[in-house]
Design a protein around this ligand. Structure first.
Ligand SMILES: *Cc1c(COP(=O)(O)O)cnc(C)c1O
Ligand SMILES: [Zn+2]
Length: 448
């Protein structure tokens, strides 16, 4: 089968193209790959996407990922044929992306001092496995199924493995998940076991687990579904499509994400670049990426805090030596990523170069927040009746910081992505047991 979509090196001075009939995800020059499509989609699709929300019995219209299937049709399915979609597209019965769209949250708006109408948050935790990872995983596992692989493999801080294991069990694949021992939320580890994955515990952090999983996957065979995989990035573009659809395709002023391995931010950038190139949007929102202070590689490098040199996309001529020296320096000084928000406890973000491209294209900003700020953010989201995990709490916290610096103005429209649902209730409980926390509500002790 000859596919029209290609994988293409993101380095403009290289640009080598690869067929999609294999699982190569890195160019021979070292850069990652993008999926490139031959045609510009017709803007009339906007009406079709809208109509599909009355999905009838079609799970590919119900799915918030596959509803936009023309925009990630890498295997050239006949998008109107339910039979053909069922044969090729992987979906957990239409549930990925189904319940996540922007919502107003008045208490968060008040917390960041924005009018209620100007702040929207999209709870990606309301995906079947409880995080935004399902958007990308549906697409990556679709590709894995096309290649007829037996086993999918990932390293994970917890949510990638939960999502991979969920789709693997549903599709009949084996699944190996490499996790840093003791550094993942119990709810996430429980899911990996529950969905029948083989858990491999690594003595070390996420970065070590990723290195090991890539090594073993290439040695023993296994299809990698980490965000290095460009099909993950394709599926996660639909987070942006749902935001845009909600806003009638009028882009907001800001889009805000937590930054871990930086796959999500890369996919946000790719979606915006494509929409802009096709003429579907006229304005480019600014992107804010929020790091934890204890895992702030991207923050330090982009803002020139290492060797006084700001790391830039620079039309693909990225100062990769600077990145290498940064990692060497971390290693020599025994600096390991440390934050209670384990989902973003990552020292070597695999998508750093793609993420630089996003920052450049969107005139973006990288900020950092303390653990306690993330917990406050998580608590405020809870006061609106929505549930998110600590890493997602970085979104309100980051917006707050930019409001204080007056970089985000009161009349601007801000959309934040709440990446995952609470899977470590002990963090919420501990927060509320302590009277000294800003938004805690300690229990009343009754004695008789
Ligand atoms: C994976 C994850 C992140 C980080 O996303 P990246 O794409 O790795 O930057 C943030 N929050 C949650 C809840 C996650 O599961
Ligand atoms: Zn290349």
């Amino acid at each position: 089968m000859e596919f029209r979509a290609k994988k293409k090196c993101i380095n403009p001075s290289c640009g080598i193209e690869y067929s999609i009939d294999n699982d190569i995800y890195r160019c021979s020059c070292g850069f990652l790959l993008d999926i490139k499509y031959p045609d510009v989609p017709n803007r009339d699709l906007i009406e079709i996407f809208y109509q599909r929300r009355n999905f009838g019995g079609n799970i590919f219209n119900e799915s918030g990922v596959w509803r936009y299937r023309e925009l990630l049709n890498f295997i050239d399915v006949d998008t109107e044929s339910l039979q053909e979609c069922s044969k090729f597209l992987v979906s957990l019965d239409g549930s990925e992306g189904r319940s996540s769209r922007p919502y107003q949250m008045s208490k968060v708006a008040k917390y960041v001092d924005l009018p209620n109408d100007n702040l929207l948050l999209q709870p990606e935790g309301y995906n079947p496995s409880g995080s935004f990872k399902d958007n990308g995983m549906a697409a990556a596992v679709t590709h894995a199924k096309l290649l007829k692989v037996k086993k999918i493999v990932c390293a994970s801080t917890g949510n990638t493995s939960a999502s991979a294991a969920m789709y693997a069990s549903n599709e009949g694949f084996e699944c190996d998940v490499y996790i840093p021992r003791g550094e993942i939320a119990p709810g996430k580890l429980g899911q990996a076991f529950q969905f029948g994955a083989q858990v491999l515990q690594v003595d070390g952090n996420f970065d070590d687990a990723l290195t090991l999983s890539l090594e073993l996957a290439s040695k023993e065979g296994g299809y990698t579904v980490n965000s290095l995989n460009p099909f993950r990035i394709e599926g996660q573009k639909t987070i942006i499509f749902r935001i845009m659809e909600h806003l009638n395709w009028n882009p907001p002023d800001w889009i805000v994400y937590p930054g871990g391995a930086l796959g999500n931010i890369s996919s946000c950038g790719k979606a915006l670049m494509e929409l802009y190139e096709w003429g579907w949007i006229k304005k480019i929102p600014r992107v804010l990426v929020v790091n934890a202070v204890g895992a702030n590689t991207f923050y330090q490098l982009v803002n020139g805090l290492f060797e006084d040199t700001a790391l830039k996309w620079n039309e693909g001529r990225v100062n990769t030596d600077l990145i290498d020296r940064f990692y060497l320096n971390q290693q020599e000084n025994n600096i390991v990523p440390k934050t209670q928000a384990t989902a973003i406890q990552i020292g070597k973000p695999a998508n750093i170069i793609k993420a630089l491209r996003t920052i450049e294209f969107t005139n973006g900003i990288v900020e950092q927040v303390q653990d306690i700020d993330m917990m406050d953010g998580m608590a405020i989201v809870g006061l609106n009746g929505f549930d998110c995990e600590m890493a997602s709490g970085s979104v309100p916290a980051g917006i707050m910081k930019l409001r204080e610096k007056e970089l985000i103005k009161k009349d601007e429209i801000v959309v934040g992505v709440l990446t995952g649902r609470q899977k470590d209730p002990s963090i919420a409980i501990q927060y509320h047991l302590s009277k000294s926390n800003k938004y805690s509500r300690p229990p009343r002790e009754l004695v008789n």
